[in-house]
Each structure stands twice: as C-alpha cells, then as structure tokens.
Design a protein around this ligand. Sequence first.
Ligand code: PLP
Length: 369
Amino acid sequence: MDADGLPADELFCYLTGRRNEDIPYTHILSSMCTIPHPVAVKAHNQFMDTNLGDPGLFPGTASLEDHLIRWCADLFQAPGAGGCTTSGGTESNIQVLRFTKSVNGIKKPNIIVPASAHFSFEKACGMMDIEMRIAPLDDQYRMDHEAAAGLIDRNTCCIVAVAGTTEYGMTDPVPALGKIAGQEGIHLHVDAAFGGFVLPFIDDAPAFDFSIPEVGSISVDPHKMGMSTIPSGVLMVRDDHCFNNLLVETPYLTTKQAYSLTGTRPGASVAGAYAVMAHLGKKGMKAMVTGCMENTRRLIEGMEAFGISRRVTPDVNVATFEHVEVPKPWVVSYTRNQDLRIVCMPHVTRDCIESFLVDFGESYVPHTD
Ligand code: PLP
C-alpha cells in the first residue's frame, strides 16, 4: 500500500483496466459459474453489508436463508429437511465429512467416492485425515455401485454420489447406492453442486434426491445453475440434528452457538439466490434449464456433424467429446482423460453455440490416416 491514497477516479480507471483483462463470459465455455441474473445482482448490492455469521443482527436476511432452505427442501422432495447456506460446493462437502466423521466414534475413518468426484473431497480428506477410497466408473462414467460396496469396511463413514459430475455431467446410481448405504448404516451424501438446480427441472431425469430414503445430505450451488452471485452454496440435510456435533460456543455473538465452518458469512449472495428463485419460480427455472439442455444437444449434434464424437450423452448441460483443439478466443477445458469439455451455462446462448460451431468448422482439419 502506498503512503498516499489514490483519488477515486484514478482508482476506478485502474480497476476498469484490470477488469478488462478478464476474459468476457461471452467466450467462456468451460465454467460452471455464469453471469448472475440481474435480480441477483440487485439483491446482492442491497444486502452487501449483511453478515449471517451473526444472524441476530440481521433477522431479515436470516429469514431469506430460511426461505431458501425451505425451497430447496421442497425441490428435493423432503419438506422437513434442514440445511444452511455455505460458500459453495467445497465448503458443503467439507461440512458433510466433518459431521459424518464425528459420528460413531470411528478412529481411522474412510469415505467412498466415485472416480469422478470433485477435488473438494481430496481437500476435505486431507484436512481431516480421512482415507478416500475411489470407486471406478462404468462405461457411462457413472459410479460402479458394486465396486463401491466392495470398498466399504467398518471404518467407512460416508458414501458420496455425484448428481451432475463436474467433468462428464453424469449422475451416479443413487437408488442402488442408497440400498448399500442403508444395509451398512452409512451416511449417503449426494454432491449435486451442479446438478441440483438442473435435474429437478428435467422430465425423466435420474433420481438423486431425498425421495430416495437413504440420502442423508445434498450439496447444491446457487452460484452455478442457480444464477446467483458468488459465493453461494447450500447444504441440505435430511435431519438437522447431524449439525449438533459441529456446534461451538460463540459467546460474543447474538447467537450463542454456531456449526458453520466460516465465521462471517455473506448475506448478499444468499439474498441473490433468494431473488433468482423468487423471481423465476419453478416455471422460470425449468425454462432456463430447458434452454441449456437444448443448447447442449445442439452443440453435440453440431460437433458430431464434423465427425467429433461425444464421449457420453450427459444427464445435465455438460458436453464432452474426443480431444480436439478449438480456435481462439473460445475458452474450453479438457477432462483428466484429455476429452474436450464444454459447459452450456445460461450465458452460453444458442447464438454463442452457433458462432462457436462456425469458428470450429472453419479451423478444424479432419485427420486423414
Ligand atoms: N462439487 C461439484 C460436483 C462441482 O462441480 C464443484 C465445482 O465445480 C464443486 C463440488 C465445488 O464447488 P465450489 O467450487 O463452489 O466450491
């Protein structure tokens, strides 16, 4: 920091320059975040200074969090479910491992995750000295539930399934995993950070939520397909007693105990998430998801017309293909198997897909062996 401060106009001139160095969303095809809905931005700004870490000071903001949890409970088919907001999928997944690790007094805990699990589980296991056992995937990139069953022992404290995998957009066989978890008395967590705001709005989507009796918790992120501002996650639990063993005393706050991982917690992005759902309703969310899924199908059809095969037909709006390079300025990503991966988020409009396909077609030179 310099000794003398910068005048605001100079400061914002500098900030605008830095912001202009960022890649615009118009060409980002790799992200699971998106341009927030305008109502989310407006609500975020309105609640900018609120802190849900001390909810007694902000009862109005806290009531929005309660509403959001009730809506997610309804969406995931367990009206009595509890939950809380977090900073995103990573924090939600960490919280699940914190409370599952502390049950049953297991000394050397392990968890079972699919090979497709998000790297947040590796971080969480590292932090908590939990062994992460990796179950292989089947040929449709879904967790092999029989292999998962074979990895369980008496120290297993959690089975993780993913609904809408980060890389291939697939949903694990949650009903089959539920049966296994139920037989063994193990907590079943569904990481629906991405798919949680997609699958409920698709007809005939694979089952993943609390309608499966053994599902104990679900992560879902408003800052992904909920079109809210960053950071915004939700952790839903079938029975909120599971938070009890995370409680710590918070003597100098308005509430005397807290189970959240972070202390100060933004109310702004919670208001943003609330605003999107209140404004769009289920019909608006379904229309948004339908558009993203149509665009995903159009992208797959367009790439296949160039002879680039899909890796799999996804359950959500993540399209993957055999490895090919794409022209600049498009920003795509590649999976750990080096497959091309494109996420058809709300900002990836039909026009965007069509111009990507035109640019790709002009640059693509097919292999001749
Ligand atoms: N889980 C899944 C399935 C994800 O796709 C992601 C991120 O893409 C996460 C967890 C982590 O979410 P965050 O980056 O919000 O912490």
